[in-house]
Design a protein. Structure first.
Length: 234
C-alpha cells in the first residue's frame, strides 16, 4: 500500500508539471550596477554623463545618465568591474566594484563642476563615503532645510532598504522615514537647526542595530548629505 501511494504521488506531481503547474524558479545568473550622477556643489542631477564599465572577462559596456541623473547597466556577469564616468571635461574613475548574481550594486557619482578635477575612487576602500556633504539646492527657503543620505552595510557596502531612520532636533522633535529600495532616505522640509540622525535595522528576530550621527548643523536653504553605515552581517 505504501509503495502504491508513493507511485500515485509521483504520478500526480508529473501530471501537475505537464498541466502547467508552477516550475522552480531559475537562479539569477547576472547582476547590475546603477546609481545617481550629480554635482556635489549644487546637488543637481547630471544628465547625459557618459558612463562606461570594463572588466577583463567581458567586453566594455556604456550608457548615459537620464534627466534625473540616474543610470543603470544590467545583465552583467558576476565579477569585479571598473567604471569611468565623464561629464563637462571631468572624469570620475571607480575601481573594484563587485557585482553579484541577482543584485544591483549602487555606485553614486559625484562631479565637482565648479572645479573639474579628475577623481579616482577605490569602491572597496572609499574613505570619503562617510563624509558629510552640503549644498544649496533650488526650492528651499531660509526657513527650510533638508537632510538626505544613504544607508549601507559597512562590510559588504551593499545598500540597505527598509531601515528606519530618525531625525531628532535640539527640542527632541522627531521625524521618521524608511530607506527606499536603493537605500536612500530624505527629510524635507526641516527647520534649520542641529540634528541627530539614527538608523535602525531589524536583524530577523535578533533585535535591532542602531547607528547614530549627532551634532549635524543644518542652515536655512541648505541640504546636508549624511551617509549612515550599519553592520548587517553579524
Amino acid at each position: 500500500m505504501k509503495i502504491l501511494l508513493a507511485l500515485l504521488a509521483c504520478a500526480a506531481a508529473a501530471c501537475g508539471a505537464l498541466a502547467g503547474g508552477p516550475a522552480p524558479r531559475a537562479k539569477p545568473t547576472t547582476g547590475g550596477i546603477a546609481g545617481l550622477a550629480r554635482d556635489l556643489d549644487s546637488g543637481d542631477p547630471i544628465s547625459k554623463a557618459e558612463i562606461a564599465i570594463r572588466t577583463p572577462a567581458a567586453p566594455a559596456r556604456s550608457t548615459t545618465s537620464s534627466e534625473r541623473g540616474l543610470y543603470d547597466l544590467d545583465r552583467l556577469a558576476p565579477g569585479r568591474y571598473a567604471l569611468a564616468a565623464t561629464f563637462a571635461g571631468q572624469t570620475v574613475d571607480v575601481e573594484n566594484i563587485d557585482v553579484r548574481a541577482g543584485e544591483i550594486t549602487m555606485v553614486d557619482l559625484g562631479f565637482t563642476l565648479s572645479d573639474p578635477k579628475n577623481v579616482k575612487i577605490d569602491f572597496q576602500n572609499d574613505t570619503a563615503s562617510s563624509r558629510i556633504d552640503r549644498y544649496r539646492p533650488s526650492g528651499l527657503t531660509d526657513q527650510t532645510a533638508r537632510i538626505e543620505g544613504t544607508v549601507s552595510d559597512v562590510v559588504t557596502r551593499r545598500r540597505v532598504p527598509g531601515a528606519v531612520i530618525y531625525a531628532v532636533d535640539g527640542a527632541e522633535r522627531t521625524q521618521q522615514t524608511v530607506s527606499d529600495d536603493h537605500g536612500r532616505y530624505t527629510f524635507e522640509p526641516l527647520a534649520p537647526g542641529t540634528y541627530a540622525v539614527s538608523a535602525y535595522y531589524s536583524m530577523g528576530g535578533r533585535g535591532q542595530i542602531e547607528v547614530r550621527r549627532s551634532g549635524i548643523d543644518v542652515a536655512g536653504a541648505e541640504a546636508v548629505v549624511v551617509p549612515l553605515w550599519i553592520e548587517v552581517q553579524r
